[in-house]
Design a protein around this ligand. Structure first.
Ligand code: ZN
Length: 273
């Protein structure tokens, strides 16, 4: 399965070493690293370890969280993102995913300006390091504290405002954007402008019992994944399909059971990969 990638947070009970050992057994080809999975690892050795495992690093999650009340805190956020870019470079990750941030009580428009300014501030170093930045719009239910960027349109606006640099694009996470009536057009435009950087997969459960940790495995929920996939392919996306599932329910299962379910679900969505 040449385009199947898993985010380490999906199997968060496994150490990075265990992920590298186990993922290939389930025909996984790519790995997106969450910083939490790097604890205790020597960053300079990670690229080699991943290569030895026969996996490809897809991206590092995550930078962002630019908005803050004080200028000092906004600078600290920028500094933190610069460290993330350096980390991505060191571990051989070609891309850093940005969860842009928001401050409860702060006007969303102010947060959006701070996000644009923050990305502008880190862009030169990202370009120098050869690390792409992927803005991930988040579902509006997170607009209070996780991200003031809630649609692909808003992500496009940031790319436009910064002069459409080649190293800045969008991470399409079905969980966050599936409801958007303009999704097809936004994906199409992103394809045309070479901004389709990443594709994150899971599903939306009804009822969702936890705002963060109740995502479904693909096929368990109500997202029309086949349709979104057709739009992504039509827009020219040829990258990894990244399984990113935060789920207390799945996390309580044996990781082997979960990985088997992921493989089967992916296989039925993409029988020809
Ligand atoms: Zn995502």
């Amino acid at each position: 399965m040449s385009r199947l990638c898993i985010h380490t947070i999906t199997t968060k009970a496994l150490s990075l070493e265990a992920c590298l050992r186990v993922y290939p057994r389930y025909q996984v080809s790519g790995i997106t690293l969450w910083e939490s999975s790097l604890a205790g690892c020597q960053p300079s050795r990670i690229a080699g370890q991943i290569q030895d495992a026969g996996l490809q690093v897809v991206s590092l999650c995550r930078g962002g969280f630019f908005p803050a009340v004080t200028a000092g805190d906004r600078q600290e956020a920028i500094n933190n993102n610069l460290r993330q870019i350096e980390l991505a470079y060191t571990i051989g990750a070609p891309m850093l995913v940005l969860v842009c941030g928001a401050v409860p009580g702060q006007r969303l428009d102010d947060s959006r300006c701070q996000i644009t300014d923050g990305i502008a501030a880190i862009l030169p170093q990202a370009q120098q390091a050869g690390v792409k930045l992927a803005i991930e719009p988040l579902h509006p239910m997170y607009a209070d504290h996780r991200s003031a960027i809630n649609t692909m349109r808003q992500a496009h606006q940031i790319c436009d405002a910064l002069g459409s640099p080649a190293s800045l694009g969008i991470a399409v996470d079905v969980y966050h954007v599936w409801w958007d009536p303009n999704l097809q057009a936004e994906i199409e435009l992103a394809g045309k402008l070479h901004r389709l950087f990443a594709f994150h997969l899971c599903d939306w459960l009804t009822p969702t019992t936890d705002l963060l940790n109740d995502r479904g495995l693909m096929g368990e929920g109500c997202i029309d994944l086949s349709q979104i996939n057709v739009w992504m392919e039509a827009a020219g996306f040829t990258g990894f399909r990244e399984v990113e599932i935060f789920s207390n329910r799945w996390w309580s299962q044996d990781p082997a059971t979960f990985l088997t379910a992921i493989r089967e679900s992916y296989r039925s969505l993409y029988p020809s990969d």
